[in-house]
Design a protein around this ligand. Sequence first.
Ligand code: GLC
Length: 612
Amino acid sequence: MKKNQKSVFEKRLERHHDELRWLYMELYQNDSMFYELCSQMNRFYTERSSALKKRDQEKEKHPDWFKNRDMLGMMLYMDNFAGGIKGVEEKLDYIEDCQVNCVHLMPFLDVTPGKSDGGYAVKDFRKVRPDLGTMEDLSDLTRECHKRGINVCMDFVMNHTSEDHEWALRARQGDGEYMSRYFFYDNPEIPREYEKYVPQVFPTTAPGNFTYLPDTGHFVMTTFYPYQWDLNYRNPRVFNEMMYNFLYFANLGMDIIRIDAVPYIWKELGTPCRNLPKVHTIVRMMRMIGEIVCPSTLLLGEVVMEPEKVVPYFGTVEKPECHMLYNVTTMATIWHSLAVQDTRLLRRQLDTVAALPKEYTFLNYLRCHDDIGWGLDFDFLKGQGMEEVAHKRFLNEFYQGNYPGSESRGELYNDDPVTRDARFCGTTASMCGVESAGFEQNEEKMESAIRLDIMLHAYMLSQSGIPMIYSGDEIGQVNDYSYKEDPMKAADSRYIHRGAFHWELAARRTDASTVEGRIFQGLNRLERVRKEHAVFDADARVSTRETGQPHVMCIVREKDGKRMLGAFNFSLDDAVISPFPGGKAVDMISGKKLEMGELDVPAHDFVWALSE
Ligand code: GLC
């Protein structure tokens, strides 16, 4: 390189330097720490492999690569799926068979057994849980995934560390430097003040937001479990070190970094300690740091909040923050719509999302590794006579199968005795009735359950953004109650839907007479159709259509002069709708001709129709 010619790194740094420095200094007023950050960024850039640098360049040329309609994600715990990292690598053919090109590897870093919160209490950010493999295995896996066109996503748990993390151990020994990386108080006064304003995440399994440490006589902030110590981002050392961990993973080949529990990372006394403005400062800085060192690595924010609190995490078009966010309210609203057989709220939800800038990319899903929280728009539901506490109770009863018309199975999560609030756990198939139909060996019920399961997936695939399947859902895996026999898991009902993957069941996917085959092939067909038609592109025009029947939801997607209609029947009764009187269309799955003036949408079924 010629002497005066700027390196790629310098050019990228130059682009963001002023803003990055401004935000950093506003937060920390610490020049030398900023200087350290920049030189470490340079080091990570220098150490980045040439293959990943090439990937950066390609993706910089097509910055919208993740908005393609061919994106399909799957989330999995590697031990459940295939025993460990090497096992996953051996099973990549299966992942490809599922047409998945984005795999979210659930937490795999070292934890203390029994105090891991499903891997979300990290003991060492530079060490893989020994039973899963090594960092080298991980780097091999990402390389192999990239070769096959599969993107890799991982969790970055930056709000807290395990109480067994080196920093926490030193803090516990009274080392002030490390105590200042957490929130330590030597008397209950300030914790008590905080508790006045801060709600609880795990009101039953881990009440309160502080934990008393009898050995040191201190209280430490623990928003989640008592062994998950909140990091103090007022300390620039915490921010810098966590950014180095982020860059370390980017250099391992991670394409998507899921920022765990992002709304919680900044705390201020007298506030609920969620979604504070400084959280956005931190995420914005992280976005710029990524764009400078590893632009092919994207940020996915985990913001499990109501829509008006979710959207700000995209930042602005000029100053973006996360590349992607979860469409969490839609997920909960889908299950609500099914229980009440009424799609008015779902429609409102879709119209709201459709009105957002097309740059915003959502991850759509039916369920994940966590519980389903009933974060619905209760102001709207009030108008339909549904009151929050009573309605949540109804939904929880409904999905436990304690209600006429419900074939769902699952369990409550964090049933709060004070607020009477609870969330819900179960696999998609169990919530659709596959488990109960299998138990009763009732073929007719099984038929209905499978139809419903596929209809809900079709709805998920009809939305703009990245559809994300939870491993096992593609073959209709049901709840796993064995967690109750494991003392390390028994208290946390989320394990009911995090069971081991059953390869013997997956082997039946090619046999269309089995439950697994019907679901797998049904979903596979939908995914193929989605990839074929430009109407599924993220920049398609999306609207809803009134059918006069609130239990049938109609989505219209238009692009390049083509129009598709997706009609979804959320009720137990067959329906006939007339979305476009006189219009003709073809069924995108069967290829049959359809009359749009008289369209049959059977109970819990759907139609994807492309206008002629
Ligand atoms: C996120 C994870 C959840 C975990 C929590 C605390 O919400 O999805 O599983 O319990 O963060 O890390």
